[in-house]
Design a protein around this ligand. Sequence first.
Ligand code: ZN
Length: 69
Amino acid sequence: MTAERRLTKKMRAAYLKSPLRCPWCRSGDIDSVSELKADSGEARQSARCSKCGRCWTEFYKLARIQEEI
Ligand SMILES: [Zn+2]
């Protein structure tokens, strides 16, 4: 396990590029621990790594919509 405790700018950027791996330990064993909460154009959801136990919040912005046919 890495000694870094704080989420660095570099770790953030890496996670945004590939959000399927924990920013700290790179484990793919990530769980969403809350419902997606949305208000005023932004949504957020808490996630937790099952391997190292660290938690973080993910923020989402609606990018586009498409009609379903
Ligand atoms: Zn982890």
